[in-house]
Design a protein around this ligand. Structure first.
Ligand code: HEC
Length: 409
């Protein structure tokens, strides 16, 4: 695998920083750094991907928000810190940790020698990049260099095909987040419940929704309603890769097994988030009036205010253009006003029920890998030639979740 680079623009005016393999940092006093780092390594690992010890893994620390290493239990004092680690902030912290962060659980007296601090900070990536440092990779480079193990293949049991006259929409279901709804949608599809129903509602910059317009069709193969599955216990959620930039709606956001998700560490709950292409179970006023007979897909700016108000149960992997380009309904909430405007669902099937030759074989980029962490960074700071200014941050639903056709072995 190519060496990992963590990049970020450092706001204090320092140039770009790179985390280089041990001993490779140019212009650092490596001998001194190695000597001083032995103290840190009692509690910290430094190379990317190594496990946390008593302290968090420090790979990519420069330019990262404080207390942002995933899966590490920081002290309350640290979690309340609103800063991004620059070389200058690290210098201040390492000189005297408890003075800068009263209540920190880092039991370390501090480095009182400024040359020791400079050497360590340099080794952690805080040295100004030199001209010989290779440019950071773009998302295209990163994906081109991905290994087969960076991808996962959705389970055909969890894959729903929505067949329209214009083509197939492929939806991956999320049993980890909404097990009962997913089981119900599967059962409804298998009982042919959806076949011949129609898209009833297309509201601009919001959702496309389908279901039984007249409410006449008996629900025989599954449940007509279910209690909401608005969130789950964090411990039950797939591994979480946290976004460093924070969020307006949730204490923490990130990615769990390829899904955009949010967490509340205090309530210990996790949930899927309303990003473009996410699929939810429409419901009435009563929270338990959903269940999956009516489904909707987000086709606009992420309506995150719906998070935890509706059960999200899947994501469109392919065919968004077939939904997002439909004519908008002119009635209230984007409902089509005339029956002939509705778009029929020819068939809705579970992929596992189709012969292999009729399946659409897709793969989704995993989000629990160093490669995905690098991808996030490549989108936080766009370095393609066109860009004048890297953003230095990113919002959850703007991180692409790449899908590709399955590679032939
Ligand atoms: C006795 C164990 C211990 C030693 C020794 C130690 N640390 Fe830490 N360090 C921690 C702990 C625990 C935390 C988390 C602090 C908290 O949550 O309050 C931490 C936090 C940090 C952080 C902030 C990480 C983040 O994600 O925000 C940095 C940077 C850091 N340490 C650097 C160092 C360096 C450099 C050294 C050596 C000079 C060092 N530490 C020595 C235990 C230690």
């Amino acid at each position: 695998m190519p060496s990992l680079r963590h990049w970020s623009a450092v706001p204090t005016g320092l140039a770009l920083c790179a985390l280089l393999p041990a001993g490779a940092a140019l212009g650092c006093d490596d001998e001194r750094a190695e000597r001083v780092l032995t103290q840190c390594q009692l509690c910290h690992t430094i190379a990317p991907g190594e496990p946390h010890m008593a302290g968090p893994n420090l790979a990519g620390i420069i330019g990262r928000r404080a207390a942002a290493a995933d899966g590490f239990a920081y002290s309350k004092a640290f979690r309340a810190l609103a800063l991004e680690w620059s070389a200058a902030e690290l210098d201040r912290f390492l000189q005297d940790p408890p003075t800068m962060v009263p209540g920190t659980s880092m039991a370390f007296a501090g480095l009182h020698n400024s040359e020791d601090r400079a050497a360590v900070i340099c080794r952690l990536g805080g040295n100004a990049a030199t001209a010989s440092t290779p440019p950071p990779r773009t998302m295209a480079d990163i994906l081109a260099a991905s290994a087969p193990s960076d991808w996962r293949t959705p389970d055909p049991e969890d894959t729903l095909y929505l067949e329209l006259a214009s083509g197939r929409v492929v939806i991956e279901l999320a049993p980890a987040f909404a097990p009962r709804h997913v089981a119900n949608v599967r059962a409804l599809a298998r009982s042919r419940y959806f076949d011949g129903l129609a898209i009833l509602r297309v509201q601009d910059n919001y959702v496309v929704q389908w279901g039984d317009a007249e409410g006449q069709r008996p629900v025989t193969g599954g449940a007509s309603t279910l209690p909401g599955e608005f969130d789950i216990a964090s411990a039950a959620a797939p591994p979480f890769t946290r976004l460093p930039d924070g969020d307006v709606y949730a204490p923490e956001v990130g990615f769990a097994a390829g899904w955009p998700a949010a967490r509340d560490p205090e309530q210990q709950r996790a949930w899927l988030t309303h990003c473009y292409g996410l699929v939810g179970a429409g419901r009435d006023v009563a929270p338990d009036s959903g269940g999956g007979t009516q489904l909707y897909v987000v086709i606009g700016h992420a309506p995150r205010h719906l998070d935890r108000n509706v059960t999200l149960l899947g994501r469109v992997l392919q065919g968004m253009e077939l939904l997002a380009a439909l004519p908008r309904g002119t009635g209230a909430l984007g409902f089509y006003e005339r029956a002939e405007q509705r778009v029929p669902l020819l068939r809705v099937r579970i992929a596992a029920d189709l012969p292999a030759a009729e399946r659409t074989l897709l793969q989704v980029l995993r989000t629990d890998t160093p490669l995905f962490a690098e991808l996030i960074e490549s989108r936080r700071n766009r370095r393609e030639q066109w860009f004048r200014l890297p953003g230095g941050r990113i919002e959850l639903c703007n991180v692409p979740l790449p899908v590709r056709l399955q590679q032939q072995p």
